[in-house]
Write a protein that binds this ligand. Sequence first.
Ligand code: PLP
Length: 474
Amino acid sequence: MSPEEFRRWGKQVVDWIADYRAGIESFPVRSRVAPGEVRAKLPERPPERGEGFDAVLRDLDEILLPGVTHWQHPGFFAYFPSNATGPSILGDLLSSGLGVQGMVWATSPACTELETVVLDWLVELLGLPPHFRTDAAGGGVIQDSASSAALVACLAALQRTGEDVARRGITRRHTLYVSAHTHSSLERAARLAGIGADNVRVVDTDPDTLGMDAGHLDELIAADLASGAVPTMVCATIGTTSTTAIDPVREIGEVCRERGVWLHVDAAYAGVAAVCPELRWINDGVAEFADSYCTNPHKWLLTNFDCSALWLADRAPMIEALSILPEYLRNAASESGEVIDYRDWQVPLGRRFRSLKLWSVLRWYGAEGLREHIRGTVALAQEFAGWVRDDPDFALLEPHPLALVCFWPRYPDLPVEEANARTHRVLDALNDSGDLFLTHTKIDGRTLLRLAVGSPATERRHVEAAWDQIRRAV
Ligand SMILES: *Cc1c(COP(=O)(O)O)cnc(C)c1O
């Protein structure tokens, strides 16, 4: 593809994206295709001869688009949002255009240095502690996902217990602590790090707040110590995936400090809310106690997937665990010790120029624009929660401090199993309508509907229409 051909098709692709986004409400939010339907329409064999890009765009429209769930649709209330905004898409396009592989500083200095600056900016924007900054002992790095962030934190935690993760591997039995509401990626991290799922302890939660019980955590750690294990990492969650419950980080942190256990804080969804000073209470205890902290701009902070920010209070154990220097990557800059090589801060070697999209977002919106987005979505969710609370046919899960509302239709005459089945039928009918997409969770045996407001395209009228439809569906 010559530069002139690229220019021509590139303009068409940008027009395609702009048209798609402008007309997104005309699509059913959740794809309606059956399993295998998309695949059956695609040729079995790759083309022998090259085709025009018009053929690619035609198949995108005709074959792929029906199999797409429209995450940017204003009626998308499922899971958590995965914002993809104009500036982030353009920033990502620029990253693709540069085609840089930033594994070490020397392979593209700007790729490393912009990432350092942008993550230091985020420390300030989110009111995180200054020791997370790269000019202190800590530092931030962009990971592909919160799952990778958890694995990196886990490897650093193992290293800090005195294991020589890089050379000897694990020599003792280690334990990791979560609650029943912790994200499954922590168990994954334990498996991948060689700790093993059987050494993941599930700490009790408070029945009202669903937050981790720090007293029970301390008991479990004491029992593990008595049995000769090495308590290695606790994961506290700020905003669980299921209900946005918040673990008491300060109390958990005190236990971790006392026991010398690494505290990882998973704020994948909720952490970015701290861009608003009035929501910074969610991070209480992080500054004093967190050894690592993760939040995903790719969920609620207007930056397209993938962009997960991980900070460490002290980067040394992570680098000891992960640094590697094959001959073919030796270079004067790395050996000078004056530069950061982010390949030592993550599992893969290679890395994209991801900071470009985050930088584009921060510059386009400014702190004010980011706050407006968080406040706007929180306000819509709170208004929705108010409607649910006032309707005798529904029950509302409290608290709901952010932009996720969990609720359920009351079927007072039905046993819980039947009520759950009915709730599922309501959910299916709503999602089949194509106008909105909700997901569910289960708390204490009861199926709850989850409505997460998060798209910048979602206006009050969309939330109102959703409520109207939900009320009529039960
Ligand atoms: C979404 C989520 C994750 C996983 O995030 P990925 O970036 O998709 O790996 C982890 N923890 C919590 C609390 C989440 O909400």
